[in-house]
Design a protein around this ligand. Structure first.
Ligand code: OGA
Ligand code: NI
Length: 264
C-alpha cells in the first residue's frame, strides 16, 4: 500500500536535503572513501551497486558524513522531522487497528528505534530499458518515507502490474515495510517496489526506514491475533537477522525468502 500524504517537514528542508546530499555524490572517490564502511552495520556506508548510494544509521545515534560541509546538520534536521512524521503515522496506524494510539510506539520501544537513511543516486543510463535502478524488493522497516528530486522512477507492484508513482512535489511517499505486515499479522501488507532509470536526467531519492531496536523480536501483536479466527501468520524474528538477510540481497522478488522464512 502506498499513500501520498502531507507532512510536517517543510518543502524547503526536503529541497535542501536533496541538494546537500547531491554534493556528497559529486565528491571524488578519494573523498568518499572515508565512508565506505566495513559491513552492513557500519554506521555509514557508501558505494555502487545498481546505483550510487549512501546509507547511514541516523537514530538512536546520529551518524552522517559532513562532506560537503553543512551536510550533517541538514541531515540531522531532516531525520528528526521525518521521525516526527513516522511517529504520527504509527499513532494513526495503531488507531486504525482499534489499538490505543501509542500502542506501536510503546510496544516496539520506538524511542530507541532505528532509523536508517538511504540516499540513492541514479545517473542517466544510455539504455534504460535494459537496466534497473533498484530491483524489486520490499523494505525491511515498519514504514519508510521517500522523497525524490522531482524525477520519477519509482514503481509499485499492483495487481501483478508495475505501476509508476508520480508523487506531488514536496511530499513523502509512505511505504509499508515487511515488519509492519508481521506486526499487524497481515492487516497491513508490505509492498513490492522497484526503481527504473532514464536516459537524460540524474534521479535522486532519499528513503528513511523506521524500525525498532535491532535486537527486538518482532511477531504479530497479541492484540491482533486470536487462535480461532485469526491465528498468528508469521513467526517472531529478530530484526537484525532480517535486516542482514535482506541487505545481502538474498530476499529479492520473486523469492521473498523473508516471508518464506517467517510465514507460518
Ligand atoms: C529503497 C527504494 C526506490 C527509489 O531505497 O528502498 O525503494 O525510488 N528506493 O529510489
Ligand atoms: Ni525500497
Amino acid at each position: 500500500m502506498v499513500k501520498v500524504i502531507n507532512h510536517g517537514v517543510s518543502g524547503k528542508l526536503m529541497e535542501d536535503m536533496i541538494k546537500a546530499t547531491q554534493g556528497f555524490f559529486h565528491l571524488t572517490e578519494e573523498e568518499k572513501r572515508e565512508y565506505v564502511g566495513e559491513d552492513l552495520f557500519s554506521p555509514i556506508t557508501n558505494g555502487k551497486s545498481w546505483r550510487d548510494y549512501l546509507r547511514a544509521f541516523v537514530h538512536p545515534d546520529f551518524h552522517f558524513p559532513n562532506k560537503p560541509p553543512g551536510l550533517r546538520d541538514i541531515a540531522q534536521e531532516y531525520s528528526k522531522g521525518a521521525r516526527e512524521v513516522a511517529t504520527e503515522l504509527f499513532k494513526r496506524i495503531s488507531e486504525s487497528l482499534g489499538l490505543e494510539e501509542n500502542y506501536i510506539h510503546k510496544q516496539m520501544d520506538l524511542d530507541e528505534g532505528i532509523q536508517i537513511m538511504s540516499v540513492n543516486h541514479y545517473p542517466p543510463c544510455p539504455q534504460p530499458a535494459s537496466a534497473m535502478g533498484l530491483p524489486p524488493h520490499s523494505d525491511h522497516s515498519f514504514v519508510s518515507l521517500l522523497i525524490q528530486n522531482g524525477i520519477d522512477g519509482l514503481e509499485i507492484l499492483h495487481k501483478e502490474k508495475w505501476v509508476p508513482v508520480y508523487p506531488p512535489i514536496n511530499s513523502f511517499v509512505v511505504n509499508v515495510g515487511d515488519h509492519l505486515e508481521v506486526l499487524t499479522n497481515g492487516k497491513y501488507k508490505s509492498l513490492l517496489h522497484r526503481s527504473i532509470v532514464n536516459n537524460n536526467s540524474t534521479r535522486m531519492s532519499i528513503v528513511i526506514g523506521h524500525g525498532p531496536k535491532l535486537d527486538t523480536i518482532v511477531g504479530p501483536a497479541p492484540e491482533l491475533v486470536d487462535a480461532q479466527n485469526n491465528p498468528p501468520a508469521y513467526r517472531p524474528t529478530k530484526y537484525r537477522e532480517y535486516y542482514e538477510l535482506q541487505q545481502k540481497n538474498k530476499l529479492l522478488w520473486p523469492q521473498r525468502t523473508f516471508f518464506d522464512h517467517v510465514r507460518l
